[in-house]
Design a protein around this ligand. Structure first.
Ligand code: AMP
Length: 192
């Protein structure tokens, strides 16, 4: 299974991605996590990405596209994958399709976790105050979260139409409990 999970900050992508990947036995490929590790390691990708990630801005498309190309070349990606945080722009979505064409692969579904922006904001501000694994993210400060939500709406929402036109979009309400969301995703994956 080759999946993409789409949703704004705090939409619950990470929670659903972890569950789906263990159920479907596919690798969870999170660009945000990979960029944060690269920044911690201060490797060339990290040094390049750091100023963007810290401000909640998008890392330039060519950097991400090149990075995903090499990630898909790794052996564990041959049996399927779930991308979390990629694509995030229409350009990345098109480039992903070109890349998959080159590899003789195709995306099965883009799962969209639909969550109102006010819920996104309160969830992220909630996780900053909790001891969840993600509570130490430096880009979870209110003004940066606002920018991340704004960019999600401007740059990522247009991708929904891209996948809808290709009949690849599965839309799920993200404003439910994690269990309910998971059930809805699994039902839709099996029904289609
Ligand atoms: P995330 O963990 O998915 O919220 O990503 C954290 C940050 O990493 C984002 O705010 C961006 O700065 C950067 N990032 C992650 N994925 C992408 C992407 N596909 N394109 C550009 N920037 C990205």
């Amino acid at each position: 299974m080759r999946l993409v999970i789409l949703g704004g900050p705090g939409a619950g992508k990470g929670t659903q991605a972890a569950r789906l990947c263990s159920l479907l036995n596919i690798p969870w490929i999170s660009t945000g996590d990979m960029l944060r590790s690269a920044i911690a390691a201060q490797n060339p990708l990290g040094i390049q990405a750091q100023p963007y990630v810290e401000k909640g801005e998008l890392v330039p498309d060519p950097t991400l596209i090149e990075f995903m190309r090499s990630r898909l070349d790794q052996p564990d990606a041959s049996k399927g994958w779930l991308f979390d945080g990629y694509p995030r722009t229409a350009f990345q979505a098109e480039e992903l399709d070109f890349l998959l064409d080159d590899l003789g692969q195709a995306l099965d579904w883009a799962i969209y976790l639909d969550v109102p922006p006010t819920v996104m904001m309160s969830r992220i501000l909630g996780r900053t105050g909790s001891d969840s694994d993600e509570s130490c993210r430096l880009d979870d400060q209110p003004d940066i979260v606002e920018r991340r939500i704004e960019l999600f709406q401007e740059r990522t929402i247009p991708i929904l139409e891209y996948y809808e036109q290709r009949s690849r979009l599965l839309k799920v309400s993200g404003d439910q409990t994690p269990e309910q969301i998971q059930q809805e995703i699994l039902q839709k994956l099996n029904q289609v």
